[in-house]
Design a protein around this ligand. Structure first.
Ligand code: ATP
Ligand code: MG
Length: 436
């Protein structure tokens, strides 16, 4: 036998019945986004490498070591392009919004769902292909958008039945305020140079703020003692932050101020936030975001403010499981039992009409062509395993009367009597089989 192939490390198949949980989550998100008037955007998975280098920042974990990048084949002029599989989607959204001039008539509220790629060490909650759902509000400067996005996430947690989270917020201020803080931060870190790990030493002068985002436990005390960015903010930055907090308070959304929250990407300013849980171990951030008022201009667009977040689908589903919140898994309404293959043309016709009437039906089918349809007993076993509430029996006696027998399979499914229904009229009696 040929070798068995397996998926790439850190990249997972999402199989039934697990995939039903994904569809359920995506359905909840679509419904909620519609109520907040966020519209769907879909951008390509491959982008020019420089898009991410320019937006996420050269001295970040993602750009330094996590991107799946490659040189494309040369075109007929001999030029090969450097391409990258998107590690996140905000950069692509900004690129698309700028390229198509979407902000020409005012702000846009957008959302996306899809796979992202980062070459990290695979572990629980950290994969090399993972999935994000994100929401972005572009062209709006006010803190009410930061609040709207946070409230949207809170509404999603409520509708999913997810309760074990806390919200951490911080403000990164504006570039001039960051510059003042940066000088003090470098001075502080230089005084403690011996305690810095290799990565921090490397970043000391290129991107010292990044050091505050370290995952190294040995550096936590050092980071905790570092000058706080919030102490360098002017009145206008503080006012923006204060109104966000007031809007969260008015809506009963609990938050904690975390002065060390800086996020792993360079493009943020003013509000940043993370929804965190303690129930997923080290990978406890389920959703993260903030303002990026300078990114659009930095990507060559007409200057416009923006704010957004992205949630990690795998982590959200894991947390739901951890909490014991399980969506109902789908089962067909009915299972078609077909004793004799000669009936198949008529069976298919009847099932087609049932499905057109909104009934979900699974048809019995044998594994091999030579085996015949199999015994009634084995077919009923499969009907039970399918979770269907009714068996539709297309037996010789029923077909002789141009009918099908409808047999309830579950206790409590109406009076357990089997009834005959006319084959030709499935559109009329079919809807009665549907789950209420
Ligand atoms: P972390 O600090 O956990 O590495 P991050 O700051 O790199 O996260 P973002 O780029 O802000 O994460 O991505 C938003 C969300 O996407 C995260 O909060 C997390 O839920 C999820 N996420 C990020 N990287 C991964 C990954 N490799 N596997 C699974 N989910 C991920
Ligand atoms: Mg990361």
């Amino acid at each position: 036998m040929a070798d068995k192939l397996s998926a790439v490390k850190g990249m997972n198949d999402i199989l039934p019945p697990e995939s039903a949980r994904w569809e359920w989550l995506e359905g909840q998100v679509r419904s909620l986004m519609a109520r907040y008037a966020y519209r769907n955007i879909r951008t390509p998975i491959l982008e020019h490498t420089r898009l991410f280098v320019r937006s996420i920042g050269e001295v970040t974990d993602i750009v330094e070591k996590e991107m799946y990048s490659f040189e494309d084949r040369a075109d007929k002029h001999g030029d090969a392009e450097h391409l990258t599989m998107r590690p996140e989607n905000t950069a692509s959204v900004v690129r698309a919004v700028t390229e198509h001039n979407l902000l020409y008539d005012g702000g846009k509220r957008l959302y996306y769902m899809g796979p992202m790629f980062r070459r990290e060490r695979p572990q629980r909650g950290r994969y090399r292909q993972f999935h994000q759902i994100g929401a972005e509000a572009l062209g709006y400067a006010g803190p009410e958008l930061d609040a709207e996005l946070i409230l949207l996430a809170v509404a999603l947690w409520r509708e999913l039945g997810l309760s074990d989270w806390r919200l951490e917020i911080n403000s990164l201020g504006q570039p001039d305020e960051r510059a003042l803080h940066r000088a003090e931060l470098i001075a502080y870190l230089e005084q403690h140079e011996a305690e810095l790990d290799e990565e921090a030493k490397r970043r000391l002068h290129s991107n010292p703020l990044r050091i505050l985002d370290t995952k190294n436990p040995a550096m936590q005390a050092l980071v905790n003692g570092a000058p706080r960015l919030i102490d360098f903010l002017g009145a206008s930055s503080l006012a923006h932050f204060d109104s966000l907090k007031a809007m969260l308070d008015a809506n009963g959304v609990p938050w904690t101020f975390n002065p060390r929250l800086v996020r792993g990407l360079d493009y943020y300013n003013l509000s940043v936030f993370e929804f965190v849980t303690d129930r997923l171990g080290a990978q406890g951030t389920i959703c993260a975001g903030g303002r990026y008022d300078y990114l659009i201009a930095q990507m060559g667009g007409k200057p416009a403010p923006a704010v957004g977040w992205a949630l990690g689908v795998e982590r959200v589903l894991d947390l739901l499981k951890e909490q014991g919140t399980q969506p109902e898994l789908p089962a067909p309404d009915a299972f078609a039992v077909v004793p004799d293959a000669a009936a198949l043309p008529q069976v298919l016709q009847c099932l087609q009409a049932l499905r057109a009437a909104g009934v979900s039906v699974q048809m019995h089918a044998p594994a091999g062509a030579a085996e015949g349809m199999g015994s009634m007993k084995s077919q009923f076993k499969r009907a039970d395993a399918s979770g269907a509430r009714y068996a539709l029996i297309f037996g010789e006696a029923e077909l002789a009367q141009a009918s099908v027998a409808v047999k309830p399979l579950r206790a409590g499914a109406e009076a357990a009597a089997q009834v005959l229904q006319p084959l030709a009229d499935a559109g009329a009696w079919g809807p009665g089989l549907r789950q209420m």
